[in-house]
Design a protein around this ligand. Sequence first.
Ligand SMILES: C[S@@+](CC[C@H](N)C(=O)[O-])C[C@H]1O[C@@H](n2cnc3c(N)ncnc32)[C@H](O)[C@@H]1O
Length: 215
Amino acid sequence: MSIVNAGIDKYIEKHTSQAHSILNTIERETYLKSIYPRMISGKVQGRFIAMISKMIRPEYILEIGTFTGYSAICLAEGLSENGHLHTIEINKELKEQNKNYFDKAGIKNKITTHFGNALDIIPQLGIQFDLIFIDADKVNYGRYYDLSMGKLKMGGFILVDNVLWSGKVLAEISGNTDKDMLAIKEFNEKVQQDKRVENVMIPLRDGISLIQKIC
Ligand SMILES: C[S@@+](CC[C@H](N)C(=O)[O-])C[C@H]1O[C@@H](n2cnc3c(N)ncnc32)[C@H](O)[C@@H]1O
C-alpha cells in the first residue's frame, strides 16, 4: 500500500507520536479478524488526519467509509466542544464492533454511524460540514466528491485517501482494465481542474489529497 520503501516507512513511524491505546487495540484486532486489514488508516496516517482535524477544530465532520472505526476516532480528536462526527459504512456486519470501539474511545455521544450506501445517505444529511474524509470504494470517488462539495462549508476541507493507488496512477489509461486505478486517475484530474478548490497531494502512505473549498 505504501509508496515509500519499508525502511523509510519504519523511520517515519518511529518519529511520529504514539496513538492512543484504543487505536492500537483496533489496529491489532483489525489485523487479526478482518479479511482486508490493510484498509485501516494505521498509526502515521491516523496521527496526520488527527492533527489536520485539531488544526481545523471542526464543528461537523463527515467520513465516507468507516471500516473498523480507526480513522473516525482519529478525526474526532479535533472536534470542537459540541462538535459531532457522522460516518457512513455499507457493511452492517461491522456494527457491533464499531459501537464497542466508539464506546471504549469515550466518544459514543460525538459520533453517529450511518449504515448503508453513502451515495444514498449523503443527500439525506441536512448538515454543512467543516471537514470530510473520503475513504470508501474507489470507483465512486468522483460521485462522493460531487456530493461532498454540496455539503461542505465555504473554506471547509476534504481529505481523500489512496490518491496514488500504490503508484499505479502512473500507468497508461489506454487498454487498462483496472477500474479502481482508472477511477482514481479520473478523480485526481477532476479535482485538479476544479476552479472551486485549492488542493495539495501528499505522498503519505498510499497518497492523501487535502482539498479546500475556496469559492
Ligand atoms: C478503506 S476502508 C475505510 C477505512 C477507514 N476509513 C480507516 O481508515 O480505518 C473502506 C470502507 O468503505 C466501505 N464502503 C465501500 N463502499 C461503500 C459505500 N458505497 N457506502 C459506504 N461505505 C462503503 C467498505 O465497506 C469499507 O469498510
